[in-house]
Design a protein around this ligand. Structure first.
Ligand code: HDD
Length: 754
């Protein structure tokens, strides 16, 4: 069966034991012992599969989230109290006038408890309500002082604590993780000179060019207002009605209909700052910059059928993946890449760098890796940290500056503003997870739930009674002041620059940069979404937009809808469109990553009469490679092997269906194979693994299940599918190596294109 954690070892050494959770071993004399699988010897199925990966040893250096220590609460061995600290002797019964009488008004204990409970919820985020977060640090590879004076880049090896929240956009707080959607990728750097929030997405462009359209976009994509459907989905009329009237959204739609919108994991998606920003050095010199987060684990996605099934099988799929990887010590990592270019270079580009619907192709400006972010500590409390964290694009630090991108300009207002209703007032910066590590001194005062206790009678500036303090940072030799980059003044105007009107060239660039399998997925996604659209005219209009992107794309989509390709939508500009050569970096397959087999979930399907030695060898080999194997069988309990030994089943097929695994190994043993072949759920399991292009390995007799599931026998016998393997139990080594190799590339779409 599964390996268990050494008793008493915390899951993650970056996070000390918690009341009721990580107190793995009851201390002598404890009055509230906590049961735990490892400590109590309960079945392996209660232990997270991924707890088998890594040992949770933290890297040296920054202790993430150490600044939250002062507010961490721990009830271990403490008596229950009211919020006023008054001991509570009876937490079961309200105070009544006689055993069968009414409750006394004076029962302040009951009333306090109910009142607090009644107000437990706060408004969810107006977008990006569903999310998961973790602590970690950013480490700079070098001193970037020539480009920026921002302190995270001040020296090679310098570490800056971060808190990162990933999210979907459209769904409500409790919606499923694997829906087709853009993912938020928001990073809060607690820098020496204040908090810097890089509030990005997993796609480098956006739907709209001007913040003026953001409320319209969100109203269109959110559930329709009359019946509040559909949840967490863009596949409905109002979304496609809006975007089909907004040709500037075309490029983003290509990304959103691609596999980027159904990532395998938060750990395997890129992040982008989207806008062009500025870097400013200590001399006040500035360059333009685009921010990229590249996952060390590579970019991997789900396939649509799988994503849709995971919504049911595990709505917390991404949340769980992130949590488990960190608990297991397999810390997710991203390299920060910069595309740096000058204002003069930008003037020569065939697009406007202030237009957030455009990328700067990597062929034009290479991405330079400047540091690495590591997430190595899960939050202690979801509400206190993940829910209350407030990211604001306005939060920049000396060395980073805005540009005039009209979408960014609107965001600078919106994020700060929204927190005031979401978090209940203007003091949200005092909530521990939001509070900067840098000291805060100013004359802002009061407001709901003010925490700071300001001393003295001076709360204005200039003052002489307070010695002029706090003084402007530019005075007294302070160099840490924030300089706005100078811009020449122009007349006020509502409008857009001419280059913003090229809506299709980069959509075409994206299309021609995809592999055939990725192109097929894009066509299918458009078909799916537009089939859900009830209004034919909206479909026609959207097709007329796609007709400007690529003929093969629009024909594929039209065919799936049973429609003719309409006339292309009139262009918004007469200027000849720029021509872009394909950009291989835009394909997900360009980044297989360095994860190898680590943290990949592998099902080992087995039944009674399984061959124990080869199953154990497979299990040990996967564990050694850092993968997370699980023995999956038709039902829980123990399997009796051919040699009479017993093997723990870790999860049943119905509780751990195929879509939750990155690959499958069917164990050897004639009786086991026969049992599984006769089981409809087992057949469906391998059929889906096959269809979802996942690595499969049949050991010895296990091949029978693959055949019974309909895997073409010709493919099984030496045909060229490197992810479809079978091997005799005695000759496993080569097959296991090939299986792990296949795991590292995640899935093989050639099977799908066959
Ligand atoms: Fe936004 C949340 C990313 C355009 C207004 N946005 C939010 C979050 C992310 C993004 C990741 C969640 C942060 C978290 O985890 O708490 N948003 C983007 C990106 C955009 C973008 C990459 C385009 C490049 N957003 C955008 C515009 C506006 C907003 C144009 C308004 C003018 N976004 C908001 C918001 C939210 C938000 C309403 C909701 C909750 C919050 O801010 O804190 O203010």
């Amino acid at each position: 069966g599964g390996q268990q954690l050494a008793a008493g070892m915390p899951f993650n050494a970056n996070k000390e034991g918690e009341h009721g959770e990580a107190a793995r071993e009851p201390q002598p004399g404890r009055t509230c012992p906590v049961p735990h699988a490892a400590a109590t010897g309960s079945t392996a199925s209660e232990v997270n599969a991924s707890s088998k990966v890594g040992n949770g040893t933290p890297p040296p250096g920054v202790c993430p989230a150490g600044h939250l220590d002062r507010v961490r609460a721990d009830g271990t061995e403490q008596p229950l109290t009211t919020n006023q600290g008054v001991p509570v002797a009876d937490n079961q019964n309200s105070l009544k006038v006689g055993l069968r009488g009414p409750t006394a008004m004076e029962d302040f204990i009951l009333r306090e408890k109910l009142t607090h409970f009644d107000h437990e919820r706060i408004p969810e985020r107006v977008v990006h309500a569903r999310g998961s977060a973790a602590h970690g640090y950013f480490e700079s590879y070098q001193d970037l002082g020539n480009l920026t004076r921002a302190t995270p880049f001040a020296a090679a090896g310098k570490r800056t604590p971060v808190f990162v929240r990933f999210s979907t956009v459209a769904g409500e707080r409790g919606s499923a993780d694997t829906v087709r959607d853009v993912r938020g990728f928001a990073v809060k750097f607690y820098t020496d000179e204040g908090n810097w929030d890089l509030v990005g997405n997993n796609m480098p462009v956006f739907f709209i060019q001007d913040a003026m359209k953001f409320p319209d976009l969100v109203h269109a994509v959110k559930p329709e207002p009359h019946h509040a459907m559909p949840q967490a989905s863009s596949a409905h009329d109002t979304f496609w009605d809006f975007v089909s009237l907004m040709p500037e959204s075309t490029h983003m739609l290509m990304w959103q209909m691609s596999d980027r919108a159904i990532p395998r994991s938060y750990r395997t998606m890129q992040g982008f700052g989207v806008h062009t920003f500025r870097l400013v050095n200590a001399q006040g010199e500035s360059v333009f910059c685009k921010f990229h987060w590249n996952p060390v684990g590579g970019t991997h996605s789900l396939v649509w059928d799988e994503a849709a099934r995971i919504v049911g099988a595990d709505p917390d799929f991404h949340r769980r993946d992130l949590w488990e990887a960190i608990e297991a010590g397999a810390y997710p990592e991203w390299e920060l890449g910069l595309q740096v270019f000058t204002e003069e270079q930008a003037a020569g580009f065939p697009f406007d760098v202030l237009d957030p619907t455009k990328i700067v192709p990597e062929e034009l400006v290479p991405v330079r890796a400047v540091g690495k972010m590591t997430l190595n500590r899960n939050p202690d409390n979801f509400f206190a940290e993940t829910e209350q964290v407030a990211f604001c694009t306005a939060h920049i630090v000396p060395g980073i500056d805005f540009t005039n991108d009209p979408l960014l300009q609107g965001r600078i207002h919106s994020y700060l503003d929204t927190q005031i209703s979401r978090l209940g007032g203007p003091n949200f910066h005092e909530i521990p997870v939001n509070a900067p590590l840098a000291p805060v001194h100013n004359n802002q005062r009061d407001g709901v739930h003010r925490q700071a206790v300001h001393r003295g009678r001076v709360s204005y500036e200039p003052n002489s009674l307070g010695g002029g303090c706090p003084f402007q940072a530019g005075m007294a030799g302070f160099t840490t002041t924030f300089h706005q980059h100078p811009q020449p003044p122009e007349d006020k105007v509502r409008g857009k620059p001419e280059l913003f009107a090229d809506h299709y060239s980069q959509a075409h660039l994206f299309w021609i940069s995809q592999t055939p399998a990725e192109q097929a997925h894009i066509v299918n996604a458009f078909r799916f979404e537009l089939t859900r659209v009830q209004t034919p005219a909206v479909r026609v209009r959207l097709l007329s937009m796609l007709a400007n992107v690529d003929p093969i794309l629009v024909e594929g989509v039209a065919q799936g809808l049973g429609m003719e390709v309409p006339q292309p939508m009139p262009l918004a500009t007469d200027a000849p469109p720029p021509h872009y050569p394909p950009s291989p970096a835009l394909s997900l397959l360009a980044r297989p990553g360095a994860l190898g087999a680590r943290t990949r979930k592998v099902a080992i399907l087995a039944g009674h009469g399984v061959d124990a030695p080869s199953l154990k060898a497979v299990y040990a080999s996967l564990l050694a490679a850092g993968a997370a194997p699980r023995v999956v069988a038709p039902q829980l309990g123990q399997l009796v092997a051919t040699d009479g030994s017993r093997i723990d089943v870790e999860i049943s097929i119905d509780a751990g269906p195929s879509v939750l695994y990155d690959g499958v190994i069917v164990a050897d043993g004639a009786a086991s194979a026969a049992m599984l072949s006769g089981d409809a759920d087992a057949r469906e399991f391998v059929r889906l693994q096959y269809r979802h292009c996942k690595p499969m390995l049949a050991v010895g007799a296990g091949k029978e299940l693959l055949t019974a599931a309909g895997v073409p026998p010709a493919l099984l016998d030496g045909a060229p599918d490197p992810a479809l393997l079978n091997a005799a139990a005695g000759a496993l080594d080569g097959a296991l190596a090939a299986f792990q190799q296949a795991l590292s590339t995640h899935r093989d779409f050639r099977r799908e294109m066959d």
